[in-house]
Design a protein. Structure first.
Length: 332
């Protein structure tokens, strides 16, 4: 099979399409023939080594974190899947490799694909939807009738996060460019702010939860709109001591992340708020719940563009610019 690999960490986008053996599966794994894979900012971070402290891989590394495909073989102890099943997954952190023609996946990370989605659409779902689900359920433990703000919610993440948040009974406010307004409101957002005309910090107050998608430079403003004891979870600004404890990291990493996140924790404490960081994990059980919601509400992910496997560097470059409106998908 062919697989897209890096030989070393680099800020330059360069991958090799190498020939490899089709992976062997163990008793709890299935062999998936990959139909499509989502291309994400996380793949850029895996390439340049910026998340090595959280997920450190041996090189050469086959890239890719999420995929859709068809099961071609099952391990002897697999209970819930069979040959021919259409499935999708956010691959486990310790075994990524979606940018390949085949992938071995533990059944605990898998879900059947939503019946209303194509393989291309399904490949756009796992990473963003699980991020939203884990942010809202596991980290924020969001309660019904509370207010949620998602800055920059017009892209692929917002397309999944907004419907999930609405299904939990939250009031959802988001910001973005004007061209994303109609779609964002159509999938459930209660309020839209055009960031070129208004700054959310001048408009919003008494917000219960914020999911930060912008990074460290916006944390102070985002914390400023929270009510006392409000919670912020960031997907970009960086880990802190709490994150290291939650992930059972060794003591030296707890100390390191404690130092790295000290400024963010301090900013949060000034307003009696809580700062958290999320690095999304694989979960077949959660993905199955998301699948049910997608089918029930006929949710469609936001797709920016598709590229063939041979054009993977073009796809990665598109994502690296940060200008994609929705998910970039690699097809096999």
């Amino acid at each position: 099979m062919r697989a897209a690999q890096i030989q070393k960490y680099s800020k330059t986008i360069h991958v090799e399409l190498n020939r490899m053996d089709i992976p062997h599966i163990d008793s709890r794994e299935v062999l998936v023939k990959v139909k499509a894979a989502g291309v994400n900012p996380l793949d850029i971070m895996n390439m340049n080594g910026s998340v090595r402290m959280i997920a450190n891989y041996r090189l050469p590394l086959t890239l890719g974190n999420e995929l859709s495909g068809v099961i071609e073989a099952v391990g002897e102890d697999v209970l819930n899947f069979k040959i021919g099943d259409p499935v999708y997954t956010r691959l486990p952190l310790n075994k990524i490799g979606a940018f390949a023609e085949y992938a071995a996946v533990n059944e605990d990370a898998l879900s059947m694909m939503p019946e209303n989605l194509s393989f291309i659409e399904a490949a756009a779902v796992p990473l963003t939807s699980l991020t939203a689900y884990q942010a809202l359920h596991d980290v924020l433990q969001a309660k019904t009738n509370k207010k949620l703000f998602i800055p920059g919610g017009t892209g692929g993440f917002g397309a999944m996060a907004i419907p999930i948040a609405k299904s939990m009974g939250l009031t959802v406010i988001t910001s973005g460019s004007e061209r994303g307004r109609s779609r964002t409101l159509s999938i459930g957002a209660d309020q839209f702010i055009n960031y070129k005309e208004e700054h959310y910090a001048d408009i919003l107050s008494d917000i219960d939860y914020v999911i930060d998608t912008l990074g460290a430079e916006d944390i102070k403003a985002e914390l400023g709109i929270l009510k006392p004891h409000g919670k912020l979870v960031s997907l970009k600004a960086g880990p802190n001591y709490r994150f290291a404890v939650d992930n059972d990291f060794p003591m030296w990493k707890k100390a390191l992340f404690g130092l790295a996140g000290a400024r963010l924790d301090s900013l949060a404490r000034k307003n009696q708020n809580e700062y958290r960081f999320l690095f999304v994990q694989a979960s077949g059980i959660q993905l199955q719940e998301i699948t049910s919601l997608i089918e029930k509400e006929d949710i469609k992910p936001s797709i920016d563009s598709t590229y063939t496997f041979d054009d993977i560097e073009k796809a990665l470059n598109k994502v690296s610019t940060g200008h994609s409106q929705g998910k970039v998908i690699l097809t096999f």
